[in-house]
Design a binder for this molecule. Structure first.
Ligand SMILES: [Zn+2]
Length: 364
């Protein structure tokens, strides 16, 4: 019912969309932070994850309510990280509302130990239930030491496009010839900010109780999901696991994986439905910030939030230059899909962004 109302709104009465579903460009941001206003300087919160006995295990720890009895020890700071400058550079690129989120982190862990790398995901974000909701983000040094992330290379002129393409292939479980991101953005910091914004988005999902909030009569998941019940979010969201309790509009990651496995002739049209447009009840929309967003309502929120962080650009502040170039090339399709254009000018995606901007709490 709500979905139907939204479709009518977006399809027939675009001018009234603000009344029935929030949208708009959001507030003007006036200044950026040179550093966090309270607590440790941001660069001094970046540490190697300590090698302990037993080893820290992010999945185990995320499911513990208390330190006592938890099979994983608490995460501990080792040496100050050699990547502190790289993480601080991403902080410097971020818009102020996201800088303030980053300043709420206790620690940014860099996972350098091969055994810790082998037993943990390559990136994660956590709001620690076992220790008063202390927040941290972790990134494997394998990612940060990758030459294609560190700067433009002959094969990958954009670290951001490289990272998004690797993410895509990891989601699909295989590289797909002719499918990739492209961008003119050559900054390492954009790729690192991409990683931080995704993981921070998961923390914000819990921190601001996104699932139970409404704005303009809509839950966030009403935009692109046809759930009969509110989504139940897993405590630790394993990478690329489609949550079958949720019902996305149109094809999702699982469908694309099956398409590829079966060499389905609809593979390209399904990819176009996700990245470009699909017809829903006779009206054409683009719904998704990425394929990743089709996995579950929280990933949809996280990827939409990430796009807002990355693309935030204030014409009055020349030093604040967000991502302005992101295209997805789909095999056999001549024209790449302009994801920035979709994010800024598409009714459903723009309304999702508007929901996040207007309903949640941000510090500018
Ligand atoms: Zn995620």
């Amino acid at each position: 019912m709500i979905r139907t109302a939204l479709l009518l709104c977006a399809g027939l009465l675009a001018a009234l969309c603000f009344a029935c579903a929030p949208g708009g460009p959001g507030p003007t941001i006036h200044s950026k932070l040179a550093d966090c206003p309270t607590g440790q300087p941001f660069a001094n919160r970046v540490y190697d994850l300590a090698v302990t006995t037993p080893l820290f295990n992010a999945v185990q720890y995320a499911n513990c309510d208390a330190v006592n009895g938890c099979p994983s020890p608490v995460p501990q700071r080792g040496n100050q990280s050699a990547y502190a400058g790289v993480i601080k550079a991403a902080f410097d690129l971020a818009p102020v509302f996201f800088q303030n989120q980053l300043c709420s982190l206790d620690t940014i862990y860099i996972v350098t130990d091969p055994n810790l790398q082998g037993t943990n995901p390559t990136v994660w974000g956590m709001r620690e239930r076992a220790r008063s909701l202390k927040k941290h983000v972790a990134i494997s040094s394998k990612i940060l030491s990758d030459p294609n992330i560190q700067g433009p290379t002959a094969k990958w002129p954009s670290p951001y496009a490289y990272w998004e393409t690797q993410l895509l292939f990891s989601l699909l479980g295989q590289p797909v010839s002719g499918l990739q991101y492209a961008s003119t953005d050559v900054r390492e910091s954009t790729a690192v900010l991409d990683i931080l914004a995704h993981e921070m988005g998961h923390i914000i999902w819990w921190d601001q109780d996104v699932v139970s909030k409404t704005y303009g009569g809509y839950f966030f998941y009403n935009f692109s999901w046809r759930n009969a019940f509110p989504p139940v979010t897993r405590r630790f969201h394993d990478f690329a696991v489609q949550d079958d309790h949720n019902a996305p509009v149109g094809p999702d990651l699982k469908k694309i994986r099956n398409d590829l496995r079966g060499n389905d002739p609809n593979t390209v049209s399904d990819l176009l439905k996700i990245y470009d447009r699909q017809s829903v009840a006779g009206t054409v929309y683009s719904e998704w910030p990425s394929l990743f967003a089709t996995v579950s309502p929280d990933e949809d929120f996280v990827e939409t939030f990430k796009m807002w962080v990355l693309t935030y650009d204030d014409a009055n502040m020349p030093t604040m230059t967000g991502l302005t170039s992101s295209q997805v090339q789909i095999p056999t399709v001549a024209q790449p899909i302009d994801m920035i254009q979709h994010f800024q000018n598409n009714a459903v995606l723009t309304n999702k962004r508007g929901w996040i901007v207007n309903r949640l709490t941000w510090q500018y």
